[in-house]
Ligand binder design. Sequence first.
Ligand code: KG4
Ligand code: ZN
Length: 319
Amino acid sequence: MILGIETSCDETAAALVTRDGELLANVVSSQAELHSRFGGVVPEVASRRHLELVSPVIEEALAVAGASLDDVDTIGVTTGPGLIGALLVGVSAAKALAWARRLPLVPVDHLHGHVASLFLHPTDLEPPFVCLLASGGHTLLLDVRGRWWDDVVVLGRTLDDAAGEAFDKGARLLGLPYPGGAEIDRLAAAGDPEAYTFPVARVPGLDFSFSGLKTALLYAVRDLPAVELEARKPDLAASYQRAIVRALVERVAAAGGDRVAIVGGVAANSELRRSIPGAVAAPLSLCTDNAAMIASAARYTDTLRYPHFLALDAYATAS
Ligand code: KG4
Ligand code: ZN
């Protein structure tokens, strides 16, 4: 089985996946609570927490699968993009394990991982398909022609904020805790999505832009007296969510594929999941960051043997 390790942001995660895509264990320890009082992820705090959690989380994944390290034949680890200090904790842990047990190591791109969340049972989606990858750090429209990262072509990307970032910043304006996407989703269920008309930026091609939207929300919030704001929050959340979802759905439609899939943290959004008819969505537990998707992607990535993986480095930004 393949051991996956993911520490690119504020989730410390380990998972065990078989070579044919069966998920045996998927352990995620979220640091969200630790970072919530700062209103976002503090990179240095995240790195230190990963260091404390990475070994226990791997042990927990092995326990859930009823396995030991003897059963692991490959280690896959996220090498980027993400927070460099956070990534280095996972990469170092993976190198140490692979070195000690003379196992091959697979450097996985986090974005490839999100796409590969669709390649696990029971979803097991076969390319080609158009994939919307919407998370806290990235918003990409992808033409997935095969299961290897080299087979994926970027059709569109955000010019400013990521969709998840728009959710998180909007939530902050509404006084909701971090991370805000799930909070807006919850609050929006009780609101009227037509109450406010928030603009969706029209940028050329298949790119996205979300920065104007949060300014529109800022003005709407500012114009309301404090007492009224409390009562209008569900309407504001619902209308704001509607605008983000509409922007995403329009671009997916413009890409024009017969088969569409959605992945990443924002793919957990209930309105988005309802709004693209026929789309395949990653299971909820595999939308937000996890290591199962990393182990899955490791199956479609070149392996490094000892001692070649010792030179492996992490990278902060997507190439
Ligand atoms: O994929 P992910 O866990 O991390 C990154 O790779 O960035 O995505 C996290 C993002 C956060 O911005 C969070 O607010 C958003 O996904 N998110 C949601 C929902 N659940 C998580 N956004 C909208 N609706 C949700 N239900
Ligand atoms: Zn992610």
